[in-house]
Design a protein around this ligand. Structure first.
Ligand code: PLP
Length: 367
């Protein structure tokens, strides 16, 4: 990225050589992302973040046929989709938020019966950002194909962690975000299938008229490189991360009474672990863990600071208290066995300490 922040600061829309070089760098990044997603370069549009991609995809789908005023989504989506759906509801759209079961899984028969001739778009997560639970993307795409409805996938958490081949997948649009695969924050991309009609959110001449605004060249270059690194050895990297996560999880569940895992054990990203610690307020745990250099989150990082229990865990049937006592640990390619050891050393002590400090005294552990 550094050359594009220092000497290579030309505007990619300009005709001079420095601009042309920046445009070429963007083209390379587009190719790297297309390679990771198994699609054509021309199907990738750069955006400022996953949220922008989601808004663009869903509003474009709604614009494709204004007579269709129904959106199907799930009860466990990221706040970007949830809030956009609230906004669409205010504009008169009917929103179906499909439930999930206790493991966070989606039933595609329910999806099929929710879609009607009014449905403008189905928008679903590929992988849940709080639990890592994977939705059955192949089946979802098959249902949407049968029902002839546009499908948008929020793959922000999945890209770079699970293999994705978009060509021939039946997915019309797919959102991704740089910082989930070690690119900088503030850069995203949207896949738009060449068979889909598209209406831009930001009008202007860049990105072939599909997303106006001068490109964030350095971040796009970083995103492209991150995509290339994610493609290389994905299986081995993810297996290593899965082993770290599984050892962490097994040992925490064994060492801490009243700790329970949230989300399906199998249909899950290899890097995420969401655990409820009975009788513990996750906010307090976060602070004490942070003091030991352990960075994790309560519910979704994007809603930290809010006192609401996670809507994802509540949709899975957890009580308010159980949802409020959950912590999400996620592992990446930079984590090591020593990090896991550090977590295993501190977490049981911190949970025990918080339980002793609890105003009601030590809770009765039922699990
Ligand atoms: N969708 C999911 C599943 C996410 O996890 C996030 C961010 O955490 C987003 C969308 C939003 O992406 P961004 O923060 O790049 O707008």
């Amino acid at each position: 990225m550094l050359p594009w922040l220092r000497e290579g600061y030309g505007n990619p829309s300009s005709a001079y050589a420095m601009g042309k070089a920046a445009a070429d760098a963007i083209a390379t990044a587009r190719g790297q992302i297309a390679e990771l997603l198994g699609c054509s370069d021309s199907e990738i549009i750069f955006t400022s973040c996953g949220t922008e991609s989601i808004n663009t995809a869903m509003l474009s789908a709604c614009a494709a046929d204004p007579d269709r005023t129904h959106v199907v989504t799930s009860a466990v989506e990221h706040s970007a989709t949830m809030k956009l759906c609230d906004h669409l509801a205010q504009r008169g759209y009917a929103i179906t938020r499909l439930p999930v079961d206790g493991a966070g899984l989606l039933d595609t028969e329910r999806l099929e019966s929710a879609i009607d001739p009014e449905t403008a778009v189905v928008s679903l997560l590929w992988a849940n950002n709080e639990t890592g639970v994977l939705f059955p993307v192949g089946e979802i795409a098959e249902v949407c194909r049968r029902k002839r409805v546009l499908l948008h996938m929020d793959a922000v958490q999945a890209v770079g962690k699970v293999p994705i081949r978009l060509d021939g997948s039946g997915i019309h649009t797919l959102s991704l975000s740089g910082h989930k695969l070690h690119a900088p924050k503030g850069v995203g991309a949207l896949f738009v299938s060449r068979r889909s009609r598209f209406t831009p959110l930001l009008r202007g001449s860049q990105e072939r008229g599909r997303r106006g605004g001068t490109e964030n060249v350095a971040s796009i270059v970083g995103f492209g490189k991150a995509a290339e690194l994610a493609s290389t050895g994905m299986r081995e990297n993810m297996e290593r991360i899965r082993r770290l996560r599984d050892r962490f999880e097994e040992e925490i569940l064994a060492a801490v009474p009243g700790a329970t895992l949230n989300g399906d054990r199998e249909a899950r990203l290899p890097n995420t672990s969401n655990i409820s610690f009975q009788g513990v307020e996750s906010e307090g745990a976060l602070m004490l863990l942070d003091m030991q250099g352990i960075c994790c989150s309560a519910g979704s990082a994007c809603t930290t600071g809010s006192v609401h229990a996670s809507h994802v865990l509540k949709a899975m049937g957890l009580s308010n208290d159980a949802a409020r006592s959950s912590l999400r640990f996620s592992f990446g390619r930079l984590n090591t066995d020593q990090d896991v050891d550090q977590g295993l050393e501190h977490i049981p002590k911190i949970i025990a300490r918080l339980r002793e400090m609890s105003p009601a005294g030590s809770p009765v552990i039922t699990a």
